[in-house]
Design a protein. Structure first.
Length: 455
């Protein structure tokens, strides 16, 4: 079935981006020529404490509390009677995509955006209100428009689709609250993101479906892009790491999950999917070894702004990595920093003091490091230098003469806080991150000691 295969057709800009990212991953293009990736082991198990695996500083009661919080947020859209945002806020999301006067393609772009805005039909917003569920991996967009849209500035180099809000895996509860004029698109809210998506990836849920979906235990996908197959072997779709589904039955490593499909009239119905080793009871025990194993599932994954083509950006990767352990994070980096746990303000501090606080107070794999537009996961220190795991597109560089440039990485990697320092150290000795860090967030219990750092 198409849900378990590759995309059937891509527009030219998206195909070009995927080709570039494939070349990056394969090594055919030397875009990741930064010292950190060459010299630091790109294996999370290399950074476990020397005495072997140990549990992170969080007991079972804390993880159970986190699981309950996760499920409350996960099912929140089914508790809604109305959208959480006004029409004016929906319209405000369009403003950055209006073309500037210097855009040579402004006429074509204006026509596309004008048609999309008209198709949204917000004059009668909201014109629908019903609970639903994703029955495929769907894309959430700022507008009911599938074509990619660049930021709208001449000379923009990043081939990233800034119209993309987030990807959402199958099996996620949503609230459908507005339908486009052509009937193709729906404006929906999940527990972590809001946007326009095509209705073919959604199904309406009945009360009996919701009760069955919420009762009992849940299972979580622990191997990225796992195909969910029926008992007869037919593939329903692929599920990403961190996606959760109701657990129907378990026998050793073999699990039977409830998988939603779109049925007659657009109503959701349940199929049974059989897995062995690709899923586990939710939540997964919070241990360094489990985090390292899931981190290695995501290492080197190509970067995808807003979950473009099922790939992850910085915040999506961290969210999906911690989700199997029952740790709920918002979708976007600033929200993760402020709402993900205990926030420690680093603004106004000297770089050396920021580094001292990170090493002294940071808990490996349970600490987020945030600067405007980017978020990273602190995984420990090496010879006193903080190490982070993050997914990032590029590093801005500056020559000794002051000329700006950029090195494209376009993948998830383990680095120091100075990736690409060899290309700009003479001008920017603190690298692209340390001096600009605004805060760190302790995701775990605030009153805990750190794991032994690797020195």
């Amino acid at each position: 079935m198409p849900g378990c295969g590759l995309p059937q057709r891509l527009d030219a800009p998206m195909a070009a981006l995927l080709l570039a990212l494939a070349l990056v991953v394969s090594g055919c293009l030397r875009l990741d020529v930064i010292r950190d990736i060459r010299e630091l082991p790109q294996d999370h198990f290399a950074y476990l404490p020397r005495d072997g695996d140990c549990r992170l500083p969080a007991d079972g009661s804390w993880q159970e509390e986190m699981k309950e919080r996760y499920l409350r947020n996960h099912f929140l859209p089914w508790r809604q009677d109305a959208p959480r945002v006004a029409a004016e806020e929906v319209e405000a999301a369009w403003l950055p995509f209006l073309p500037d006067p210097g855009d040579r393609c402004r006429n074509a772009r204006r026509r596309r955006i004008r048609r999309a805005v008209a198709n949204a039909g917000l004059h009668d917003y909201p014109n629908a209100s019903r609970p639903g569920i994703t029955t495929a991996a769907v894309r959430l967009r700022h507008l009911p428009l599938a074509a990619p849209v660049a930021p709208g500035r001449r000379g923009e180099e990043d081939p990233l689709d800034k119209l993309q809000v987030s990807s959402v895996p199958p099996g996620v509860p949503v609230h459908i609250y507005h339908i486009s004029r052509d009937g193709v698109w729906a404006l929906v809210e999940s527990g972590f993101a809001r946007g326009w998506t095509k209705r073919k990836g959604l199904a309406t849920v009945a009360p009996d479906f919701m009760r069955r979906w919420e009762q009992g235990s849940q299972a979580v996908i622990v191997r990225d892009k796992t195909p969910l197959r029926r008992r007869d072997g037919r593939c329903l779709y692929r599920a990403s790491l961190g996606a959760i589904f109701p657990l129907a039955a378990a026998s050793g490593e073999k699990l039977e999950l409830c998988a939603p499909v779109r049925g007659k009239g657009g109503w959701a119905r349940i199929q049974t999917a059989v897995l062995s080793g690709e899923a586990a009871a939710f939540p997964l025990p919070l241990s360094a070894a489990n985090l390292a194993a899931l981190g290695n599932e995501l290492i080197r994954e190509p970067y995808g702004w807003g979950g473009m083509n099922g790939r992850r950006d910085c915040s999506a990767m961290i969210r999906d990595l911690l989700a199997p352990f029952g740790i709920w994070l918002p979708r976007h980096s600033a929200d993760q920093a402020r709402e993900g746990g205990t926030f420690i303000d680093l603004t106004g501090l000297a770089p050396a003091e920021k580094k001292r606080i990170i090493v002294a107070r940071g808990v490996p794999y349970l600490t987020l490091l945030w600067l405007k537009g980017h978020i990273m996961l602190y995984i420990g220190s090496l010879s006193g230098e903080p190490l982070v795991f993050h997914n990032f597109w590029s590093i801005r560089t500056r020559s000794e003469s002051g000329r700006p440039g950029r090195k494209v990485v376009g993948r998830a990697a383990i680095t120091t806080l100075y990736p690409g320092r060899e290309f700009n150290g003479a001008v920017d000795p603190e690298g692209p991150y340390l001096a600009h860090l605004q805060g760190m967030t302790l995701v775990g219990p605030a009153s805990t000691d750190t794991l032994e750092n690797r020195n």
